[in-house]
Design a protein around this ligand. Structure first.
Ligand code: KIV
Length: 266
């Protein structure tokens, strides 16, 4: 007997938020891990520009091109049966609305993804993409494409004025038409306030337990990234012992509200 798997849509993810079911997401960059992640039941796969580090060996996401992103997006999309697939618009691929739309179209048409993600409160670009029928995921908090302005990968929004700005930007992105939001490395209390005020799902990484879902870089949670593991990452491989077991343990821990714990939060 053949089972047809129904692919998840943005409506399914929004319905999960509404009924309080946590959304699970991992980064994926190729077909074999994409298939494994998808089969394990993870709800979302992010073809992140973190592939600059995990796949290409760079120290930042900045060298990643739209061509690189389309290649990896296509690999993951071929493996996808159920998970909702989002891909990053890489550094300098959205300097203006028209260029953003042309590059987002590449990710959707050649890369086969269902949504594109871009960093910062780029409201004019988000609303233009949405007008063209391109679903958009915002990304606030720590913005890795801004590393040379930030100077370090530190937690964002710790001071009241910075926290207020992130909350205001989140509301503006929703207003501009973003249908998802990634919040990276912000205090858990701020993430909680944002997730409760937004109707769109908020996916956290280093943003505490009260987000509507969680994302981690696959190589980080398998503990194969090398270097010092960030506080917000748990090594799921240690207990599980296999890649499939680690992905399942992560999925279950997020669904049950057991990850992230306080020790993984700011
Ligand atoms: O590129 C990426 O993997 C990301 C996550 C860290 C959210 O944007």
């Amino acid at each position: 007997m053949t089972f047809i798997v129904k692919p998840l849509s943005i409506n399914d993810l929004t319905a999960m938020k509404q009924r309080g079911e946590k959304i699970t997401c991992l980064t994926a960059y190729d077909a074999s891990f994409g298939a494994l992640i998808d089969r394990t039941g993870i709800d979302m796969m992010l073809v992140g520009d973190s592939l600059g580090m995990t796949m290409q060996g760079h120290t930042t996401t900045l060298p990643v091109t739209i061509r690189d992103m389309v290649y990896h997006a296509r690999c993951v999309s071929r493996a996808r049966q159920r998970a909702f697939v989002v891909a990053d618009l890489p550094f300098m691929s959205y300097p203006c609305a028209a260029t953003a739309a042309a590059n987002a179209a590449k990710l959707m048409q050649a890369g086969g993804v269902q949504m594109v993600k871009l960093e910062g409160a780029r409201l004019d670009i988000v609303s233009f993409l949405v007008q063209q029928g391109i679903p958009v995921c915002g990304h606030l908090g720590l913005l890795p494409q801004h590393i040379n302005q930030l100077g370090s990968y530190a937690v964002q929004g710790k001071e009241p004025a910075a926290a207020d700005k992130i909350l205001a930007d989140a509301l503006s992105l929703q207003q501009a038409g973003a249908a998802l939001l990634v919040l990276e490395c912000v205090p858990a209390t701020l993430a909680k306030a944002i997730a409760s005020q937004l109707r769109i799902p908020v996916i956290g990484i280093g943003a505490g337990i009260d987000c509507d879902g969680q994302v981690l870089v696959l190589q980080d949670m398998l503990n194969i990234s090398g270097g010092k593991r960030p506080r917000f990452v748990k090594d799921f491989m240690q207990e599980a012992g296999t890649v499939a077991g680690a992905i399942l343990a992560y999925h279950n821990a997020v669904k049950q509200g057991a990850f992230p714990a306080a020790e993984h939060s700011f």
